[in-house]
Write a protein that binds this ligand. Structure first.
Ligand SMILES: Cc1cc2nc3c(=O)[nH]c(=O)nc-3n(C[C@H](O)[C@H](O)[C@H](O)COP(=O)(O)O)c2cc1C
Length: 393
């Protein structure tokens, strides 16, 4: 499976295209719309999220609620687009808008203008903006639907906003009820207060999101080649999210300061099944899923657009000038968690299809069931009198 997105922040719409999704995956448009809504919510979002209510339109690859095996094309209209018709016109206009030239530190403005030779930073802003993450979330909805067929679920929870930290509760009802998507009511209130204080100071806040995938099929990814290692691929996908600056599997940064005996997860047998007494590895060893939940965290820098702008330079004049100010969020960590869910779901789907790749969902599910049934070698060997891995699908 592969996927691409297109579209500008204030253009007519965003587009996502997924190729390689098997036929027969049930698609619930309302579930995708729910995720799109979750991406727009959260204390600290700007006015735009109130203007727009994202909805997906599926224009290819799904018929009567099921994927057909053809490419899946998803569209999300930018409801604010009519206000930007002249600025975003595809055709040349007689009275072009004034170019954006005051570069915003922390955004792609300077790097993008240098790279593509733009003199109007609008040409950079419009595509580097995290508005694009709506298309990722819609594509992630398709991936989540496929993963559900094999019992895999992806969740996220905010575990830090600014300096306010909390442990993940994984209490889904509490997380979704919280304006900052933290299951800890006391920490939620502190996080909201921190965002309000940053807003009052004309400033912004970053934070951290915890991710968990349960029911993960063991053996996804590979240790055999660097680009097949699933930990590396998940890290790439998560760090590709706008403003994501770091991630860890399990509690990697704490583990780096400890001894191996305290860090690695002992292997035990429980009723003839392999099990672990803890999950500090975060569900991956050797770049391969080991059957434990995938647990990781992503760190996001504070929003770059500041209402009290940082010193910068004007691209057109080369003179010192405060950075451009554009309508903006104060804190997006609750939304970033929803985007991170989508990216993790997409990478897990790709890895699942690599291992069990077929053209239809029924065969995929049957292959996964057969594979899972023989992952318990003690029972299997006793029953069959020998190793049985020659039967790999
Ligand atoms: C869901 C989401 C919404 C965002 N909204 C804004 C915003 O309103 N204003 C802003 O300046 N940055 C926003 N960002 C962050 C910028 O897109 C990001 O700082 C920018 O792309 C540069 O980060 P990078 O160096 O990681 O690409 C948002 C990020 C995410 C994930």
């Amino acid at each position: 499976m592969r996927f691409l997105t297109a579209g500008e922040s204030h253009g007519q719409r965003l587009v996502a295209m997924l190729d390689g999704v098997p036929a027969g995956v049930p698609i619930d448009v309302a579930a995708i719309d729910r995720d799109l809504r979750r991406r727009q919510l959260g204390y600290g979002r700007g006015a735009r999220q109130r203007i727009e209510r994202d909805q997906v339109r599926i224009v290819g690859g799904v018929r009567h609620g099921r994927t057909t095996g053809g490419p899946i094309a998803l569209e999300i209209d930018n409801r604010d687009a009519p206000n930007w018709e002249r600025v975003m016109s595809v055709e040349p206009v007689i009275d072009p808008p004034a170019p954006v030239t005051r570069l915003r530190p922390g955004h792609a403005d300077l790097a993008g203008a240098l790279k593509f030779g733009h003199s109007d930073v609008r040409d950079v802003i419009e595509r580097s903006s995290a508005r694009e993450t709506a298309a990722r979330v819609a594509a992630g909805g398709v991936a989540k639907a496929l993963l559900a067929l094999v019992g895999t679920r992806v969740q996220s929870e905010v575990v830090a906003i600014g300096s306010v930290e909390s442990a993940p509760t994984w209490d889904e009802a509490a997380v979704e009820a919280s304006e900052v998507r933290s299951g800890d009511a006391r920490r939620s209130a502190e996080m909201i207060a921190a965002i309000a204080a940053a807003r009052d100071a004309g400033d912004t806040l970053g934070g951290m999101v915890a991710l968990r995938a349960t029911g993960v099929v063991p053996g996804l990814g590979s240790y055999a080649e660097w680009d097949r290692r699933l930990d590396g691929r998940i890290a790439q996908a998560l760090c590709s999210i706008q403003a994501a600056k770091g991630m860890e599997f399990g509690d990697a940064f704490a583990a780096a300061r400890e001894r191996g005996s305290a860090v690695h997860d002992p292997i035990v047998l429980e009723g003839g099944r392999f099990a672990r007494t803890r999950n500090r590895a975060g569900g991956l060893e050797g770049g391969v899923t080991n059957g434990n939940d995938i647990e990781c965290r992503v760190a996001f820098k504070p929003i770059s657009t500041l209402m009290k702008p940082l010193p910068s330079v004007d691209l057109a004049t080369g003179e010192a000038a405060p950075a451009h100010v554009e309508r903006s969020d104060v804190c997006v960590i609750p939304a970033a968690g929803v985007v991170a869910e989508a990216m993790l779901a997409i990478v897990l789907t790709e890895a699942l299809l690599e291992k069990f790749g077929t053209d239809d969902a029924e065969t995929l599910v049957a292959s996964v069931e057969r594979y899972r049934a023989r992952l318990h070698p003690l029972g299997k060997r006793q029953g069959q009198g020998g190793g049985d891995l020659t039967e790999m699908p």
